[in-house]
Design a protein around this ligand. Sequence first.
Ligand code: HEC
Length: 141
Amino acid sequence: MVPGAIAAEQTQGTAPARPALRVVGDGIPDPIGGAKGDPDRGRALILAHDAANCILCHALSDPGIRFSGNLGPPLDGIANKLSVAQLRLRVADNLRLDSATIMPSYYRTEGLDRVASAFRGKPILDAGQIEDVVAYLATLK
Ligand code: HEC
């Protein structure tokens, strides 16, 4: 196994294994599962108040946002500060960088407390959705 990689977890039945994360330094250099992100879908996920709910904690200058929180840093210009690989790790598994973070690790399924049984073993966002969010963040220059 590649050092630092998490083994893909087998899902139930005939579903394919969940693609593994390969962390290098403080980033994930390759698209998870080889998915190609779509920035428009990523923007919709970031703005939505259901699955991702990023704007609960992050401000972002976007005409589609009326209210946002400030528990995390603003996301404006984030692509000037962080590489795509760094953005991918922060969205997929921020707990690896800071075990006390309040930001959800959107692609982690292990080592979490208080997960309702219906969601156990499932990441908050799937690999394709992570790539969509990362593709949108990469446009914020
Ligand atoms: C519950 C609050 C919360 C939510 C929800 C949240 N974040 Fe965060 N985020 C934070 C905090 C706090 C930090 C600051 C670093 C830390 O504590 O880990 C952070 C850090 C980040 C960073 C690094 C910023 C920097 O300047 O280094 C990025 C990028 C990011 N978040 C993106 C997102 C995206 C995209 C989503 C939605 C998919 C999201 N966050 C959802 C709280 C949150």
